[in-house]
Write a protein that binds this ligand. Structure first.
Ligand code: BDR
Ligand code: CA
Length: 311
């Protein structure tokens, strides 16, 4: 099995991905760490607890970043995920509580307890991973892998012409995490925009997942309304599930290696900039940054089929 910690800002597509992490027989979900992003931090934590309760699993939840590292916090976009992060549908009451340790403390503790074993999958703004790195820089050599949903190599952005939301929401944290020198794969819009989860796909998912499936299906309606209205698509991109799809089925993605960083200030803030391996550039800062892997493309229909099959 693949032990993971899932760092998330649930979020409708986060909820779909959390469901995958909860039910996939080969994924061992060690914990959920939460960050502000699609919603404020308390709502993110409540949603993480709720989703595992609906799947009847007791998964540790550790609360993390309430705001970006440096830039000013801006309000969560309620028209995308709803004010409660799950499409403003009515939700059952949360029973459990978050751990007393912070997300960063939990990440550091778990990685140190199982050196070489754990994969960190992060699908929100990257404040928790940045805080964990600050707390214990040695974790770069102890994680098995870091998989990040975020950024865009050639696809352009979804918040600005160049920036993807998770990068844009905390570019300073992202810059630290992407250049930390650990084994890292970026699953960005180049891959996730190839994948469209249709209403029919969601019907199949809902049928298989009981109470959890109902929350996924009901919140899907809100998210797909946004896609229809603003992007003219019938369905939605299951961004965050793609990070798990890459982890379990890398054969469905096209990747490249190279140097990667994030613009932190100005009009292009949040833009990921990628320099393919082996191309020398005059500015030596580029070749000095660690090499990572980025997704350039995905077999969208097959990724969606994988998501529906798992759920
Ligand atoms: C990312 O932004 C968030 O709104 C989604 O949950 C996803 O993680 C896509 O750009
Ligand atoms: Ca997310």
């Amino acid at each position: 099995t693949t032990p993971i910690i899932f760092d998330t800002d649930p979020g409708i597509d986060d909820a779909q991905a959390i469901a995958i992490a909860l039910v996939h027989p080969e994924i061992e979900l060690l914990g959920l760490t939460t960050t502000y992003g699609n919603v404020d931090i308390d709502t993110a934590t409540a949603n993480a607890l709720l989703l595992s309760e609906l799947a009847e699993q007791e998964i540790p939840v550790a609360q993390g970043a309430a705001a970006p590292l440096v830039k000013a916090k801006h309000p969560a976009p309620a028209h995308i995920h709803g004010g409660n992060g799950l499409g403003d549908i009515e939700l059952p009451e949360v029973q459990g509580k978050a751990l007393s340790s912070s997300a960063a403390e939990f990440l550091v503790e778990q990685v140190n307890a199982r050196p070489g074993d754990i994969t960190l999958v992060a699908v929100g703004p990257l404040g928790n991973l940045a805080a964990a790195l600050q707390l214990d820089p040695s974790i770069t050599g102890k994680v098995k892998q870091v998989v990040i949903m975020g950024g865009s190599i050639r696809e352009g952005g979804n918040v600005t012409p160049v920036a993807e939301a998770n990068m844009f929401n905390d570019p300073h944290a992202a810059a630290r995490v992407l250049t930390a020198g650990w084994p890292l794969t970026l699953v960005g819009l180049d891959a996730t925009h190839r994948c469209v989860l249709s209403p029919q796909d969601m019907d199949r998912i809902a049928a298989g997942q009981g109470r959890l499936g109902k929350v996924l299906a009901d919140s899907y309606g809100f998210y797909s309304d946004f896609y229809r209205q603003f992007l003219g698509i019938d369905g939605c991109c299951p961004h965050d599930s793609c990070a798990l799809a890459w982890l379990m089925r890398p054969d469905l993605f096209t990747t490249a290696r190279g140097h990667l960083t994030v613009v932190t200030e100005g009009f292009a803030e949040g833009q990921t900039v990628f320099a393919p391996e082996g191309r020398p550039f005059l500015d030596e800062r580029w070749s000095a940054t660690p090499s990572v892997e980025v997704c350039l493309d995905a077999q969208g229909a097959r990724v969606v089929e994988w998501i529906v099959d798992v759920l």
